[in-house]
Ligand binder design. Structure first.
Ligand code: FES
Length: 217
């Protein structure tokens, strides 16, 4: 079985910064939107966690005294996000506008890939939080210039520092970009994978724009 460092294609003695850099490169290659698969994405994610944990275990203790952890409620808390996959709505005869959509999803006992909850930690975007918990949500540019990563915010608010693509009427209906979207509320409900929603399809980029551009050179 390959070691975490072999999966990440990096030397075991590499620095913390190089480990993070290798992870970011590998996780993009492994993403289903970029030619990888969900299994490969989760394998790279697990390798990164294992490599980080190994590094922490190997780190020599520099101080005998253990400093007290700060009180958890002294710092900013994350946002609790309940998510639902747009792809399952049709199967159940549900609609984005259903008033009790998330209640129905809760009763349907859906797979965790399609429905569940996670916490977006301070400093994470919504997409990063999903990826850091092993989910492969869609994206392409990660820079606010396509609709691949769009989500429908059903409850709460998501701030987008970068957005050059969404028309005002879509934003008025709660459509936001998850790649740079930061929760402004403690609780949120979002529908992800809405890239095929009418009006968003034409704002999408192909999953692998650069490879396709080179292929047609
Ligand atoms: S991935 Fe293109 S705007 Fe988010």
């Amino acid at each position: 079985m390959a070691s975490p460092f072999e999966v990440l294609d990096i030397d075991p003695d590499a620095s913390e910064a190089d480990l993070r850099r290798a992870y970011r490169e590998r996780i993009i290659e492994a993403h289903p939107d970029h030619g990888g698969s969900t299994a490969e994405f989760q394998r790279v994610r697990a390798a990164y966690e294992a490599a980080k944990a190994g590094r922490e275990l190997e780190a020599p203790p520099e101080q005998e005294e253990i400093e007290e952890e700060p009180e958890p409620d002294d710092g900013p808390e994350g946002a609790h996000v309940e998510y639902l996959n747009y792809a399952v709505l049709d199967d159940h005869g549900w609609d984005v506008g259903d008033s009790d959509l998330f209640g129905k999803a809760g009763d349907a006992d859906l797979d965790p890939v399609n429905h569940g909850k996670f916490v977006v930690e301070p400093g994470e975007s919504l997409l990063e939080a999903a990826e850091n918990r092993g989910f492969a949500w869609p994206y392409a540019c990660r820079g606010g210039a396509c609709a691949n990563c769009a989500v429908a915010v059903v409850e709460g608010e998501l701030e987008m520092p970068a957005d050059t693509i969404l028309p005002p009427e879509m934003k008025a209906h709660g459509i936001r970009l998850s790649c740079n979207g930061i929760p402004l509320t403690d609780e949120m409900k979002v529908i992800y994978n809405i890239k095929h929603l009418p009006g968003l399809d034409e704002l999408r980029l192909p999953p692998r724009p650069f490879e396709q551009a080179h292929a047609s050179d």
